[in-house]
Write a protein that binds this ligand. Sequence first.
Ligand code: FAD
Length: 406
Amino acid sequence: MSAHPSAMAPAVAPAVDLPQLLATARRFVHEELIPIEGTLLQAEWPAIEAQLAPLRERARALGLWAPFLPPAYGGRALSLPAYARLSEVLGWTPFGHYACNCQAPDVGNMELLLLAGSDAQRTAFLDPLARGAVRSCFAMTEPEHAGSNPVWLSTRAVRDGDAYVITGHKWFTSSADGAAFAIVMAVTDPEAAPHARASQLLVPLDSPGFMLVRNIPVMGERGGGWASHAEVRFDGVRVPAAHLLGTAGQGFALAQERLGPGRIHHCMRWIGICERALDLMCRRAIGRALGPGERLADKQQVQFWIAESRIAIHAARLMVLDAADRMDREGQAAARDEIAYIKVFVANTLQQILDRAIQVHGALGMTDDTPLAWWYRHERAARIYDGADEVHKAVIARRILKAYAS
Ligand SMILES: Cc1cc2nc3c(=O)[nH]c(=O)nc-3n(C[C@H](O)[C@H](O)[C@H](O)COP(=O)(O)OP(=O)(O)OC[C@H]3O[C@@H](n4cnc5c(N)ncnc54)[C@H](O)[C@@H]3O)c2cc1C
């Protein structure tokens, strides 16, 4: 069997001129995506997908395609800090990451397949994902169990000859609607130690026994396609044993591997949203007259919001780039504190700045004439997914207190 293309890729990727790449991304976002986002935010997924298809080709031509992937997969092999910088630029519009094929949850799944996939798994699952020919999803959370305790799962994958048979109930499986496959977390050995019970399996969603129960309405929006969160069932779904990702019992460890860089990606995307919200806030404050010769921007409260937002964004960016740099140089375990800090700090900064921006816009802020309300609805979840605020804070505090325990 011939080696997978990634095995033949040059060990050192061609150097990327990051300032130039960021400038290209900025132009793409401002000149080609932001002008159509108003239409996209009010359209159904099939229309959005169709309108974005040529723009995805454009992103590919501009060298913005799946930039975190190695060149053998059409990417630019950006380091984590470099990709974080790009992610901020793409975050200025809700469709920036999708246009460049680096949207969650696919980005995390591509990273997982690169990390733990066999040659055959990469050919069958990573190649089409990297090309943008298919989408994927990640099914871990179950409605019956607290997602905050990731080792408590009911979904089972039982070995039967040369196959696994999966039975379980998941929800908030983002982007399952129309996805070609899921990476499913399922218990393979209920008697093992808690962190070694589950495994990850690649499950084509056209397999008999898979059912998409519904796209769950989130803050009033059911969404569709990539922009949706599904409740799904696996009712005796049979997949070849070769669809096991990594080794049996490695599911939790792989989930942790996926989450580390994933939190950096989310945080930098949120900083992009914060910058856009601040930009909109300033434009509205200058442009809105409260009376003849009196602008909203002249009010001290509005000035404070603008200044406080700028300070918080600056702090957030420095914190995230610091965490990305540490993870890049020393690995995920070394950066675990920094990752917890940013997950809490940036998610809360995001929520506060979006709230201020909406307040400054008055009734206009509640409409979908700006992207603020869309983000406010969809990004409230930032304080819940990938570890709720309280979980990260508890972990941070426990580590600090350890030094004081006798
Ligand atoms: C928009 C969105 C997209 C998502 N996408 C995916 C996806 O693609 N795939 C997937 O598998 N899952 C996904 N999830 C699920 C997500 O991972 C879970 O919601 C998350 O892990 C929290 O689990 P839970 O909802 O069961 O809340 P619970 O675990 O029930 O926690 C509820 C609340 O309890 C509090 N709490 C929990 N633990 C502690 C503690 N130790 N100390 C103090 N307070 C605590 C927190 O305030 C928390 O918000 C998504 C969720 C959302 C909202």
